[in-house]
Design a protein around this ligand. Structure first.
Ligand code: HSE
Length: 439
């Protein structure tokens, strides 16, 4: 029987407690897989009162450094989140020759290159399955399961909190603030929930997915990011009238001139499977050349779903302790010296179809004016609806018009929208939401 693998836990909040519970409950099954026991010997958090699991046998404290320095720790499991002190602690653990498991997407998206280089030098492993899409084994699937393919694109619902909020608002008509509070109580939301709402969390995850899918460096700063906070219920309703569902998506696509890397609210046809992914569930569709499209679905946040991914990583690391570093799967799936340099496209250079909504004055010929400006720019209208004025009695009633355009480069669309907004008949700004057909 091999020696037990000794774990030092940094962070004992929702995921830390879930990890302790899963390791304990499934100890026998895990040992059957690894041939060795997994023991949590130490755990630290700034506030150790938060340890909900039975801490029996775990030395618990508030000194995070002492865990990464401890002789009775083989693997450091970082679950505190955020950039610092997580980065310094992980680098120190690596320096001490310890393997690392982390659920920290912000850390990997921004500092992954530095961390992986340090780990390579020390011959240790950094595993991060729990960083993307909670319990869905998407890292392993893309990096290893699809390794024989050339990946063309991937599209995902990769923030559970945002999807939970969107689903509750559209299905139950609930208010934004109440749903967010519930997501926080359930342990889904980030410490700073603006990361969920404004798309930063999804951008962290998409950055990681794009790197392992295309073999390019982590480029978080280049990711175009729009959240759900400005999404109006009216657009959700009008999109449904046109046969679309609004979802907050991450999109990464290989194009001839670069990579699309973007997170934003998106209309998708309501018959697509992704349109029916609700609540805290996440889903990612990956389109690869040999296998075609594959779909990964599961809980994107929460204590035990995330712990499922953390424990799987601990098992992987337990198996490779003592194995020479050159036998490890490269951290981002491609050999570090062979990572491509393909740049990320500016959002204005992408091509998409769009949903547009504008408010117009109820004057004869207004629709003709709008359609002729669109036609001049080569933009055809796939569908258009004009609603009745909300206030018929007004001196000059205002009508909502919404439409779906053909594919067009975003730069040209933006120029056309400026032209339309300059018309006397168009009131205020035009709402634009990108469309993905996923076919
Ligand atoms: N705040 C994240 C989410 C947690 O809601 O998806 C899981 O990464």
């Amino acid at each position: 029987m091999l020696e037990p693998v000794r774990i030092g836990l940094l962070g004992v909040g929702t995921v830390g407690s879930g990890t302790v519970n899963v390791l304990k409950r499934n100890a026998e099954e895990i040992e059957r897989r690894t041939g060795r026991q997994i023991l949590v010997t130490r755990a630290a958090a700034r506030n150790p009162d938060k340890l909900a699991a039975d801490p029996e046998g775990i030395e618990l404290g508030t000194d995070l450094e002492s865990v990464v320095d401890a002789d009775d720790v083989d693997v450091v499991v970082e679950l505190i989140g955020g950039y610092e002190p997580a980065r310094s602690l992980v680098l120190r653990a690596i320096e001490n020759g310890k393997h690392v498991v982390t659920a920290n997407k912000a850390l990997i998206a921004l500092h992954g290159d530095e961390i992986f280089a340090a780990a390579a030098q020390k011959g240790v492993s950094v595993a991060y399955e729990a960083a993307v899409a909670g319990g869905i084994p998407i890292i392993k699937s893309v990096r290893e399961g699809l390794a024989g393919n050339r990946i063309e694109w991937l599209v995902g619902i990769i923030n559970g909190t945002g999807n939970f909020i969107l689903s509750e608002m559209s299905e139950k008509g609930r208010e934004f603030d109440g749903v967010l509070k519930e997501a926080q109580e359930l342990g889904y939301a980030e410490a700073d929930p603006t990361f969920d709402i404004e798309g930063t969390d999804a951008a962290h995850k998409l950055t990681i997915l794009a790197s392992i899918a295309f073999g390019v460096p982590l480029q978080f700063d280049a990711c175009y990011t729009e959240g759900i906070s400005k999404l109006s219920p009216q657009d959700v309703k009008y999109a449904a009238e046109l046969g679309y569902t609004v979802k907050h998506l991450g999109v990464a696509r290989r194009e001839d001139n670069g990579i699309e890397l973007r997170v934003h609210p998106t209309l998708i046809p309501e018959k697509r499977l992704l349109a029916n992914v609700n609540g805290v569930m996440n889903a990612v569709v990956v389109k690869a050349d040999a296998v075609g499209p594959t779909l990964y679905y599961g809980a994107g946040a929460g204590a035990e779903p995330t712990a499922s991914a953390v424990v799987a990583d601990i098992i992987d690391v337990a198996r490779l302790i003592g194995q020479p570093a050159h036998t490890h799967v490269p951290d981002l799936g491609f050999r570090a010296e062979r990572m491509g340099e393909r740049g990320v496209l500016d959002i204005e250079d992408i091509e998409s179809a769009y949903y547009l909504r504008m408010q117009v004055k109820d004057r004869a010929g207004v629709m003709a004016k709008i359609t002729s400006i669109l036609a001049e720019q080569g933009i055809s209208i796939e569908a258009v609806v004009q609603k009745e004025a909300e206030d018929d009695a007004a001196d000059e009633p205002i009508l909502p018009i919404f439409m779906v355009t053909s594919q067009i480069q975003e730069k040209s669309l933006n120029a056309t929208l400026k032209e339309l907004e300059a018309l006397d008949e168009v009131v205020g700004s035009i709402v634009k939401i990108r469309i993905e057909y996923l076919d």
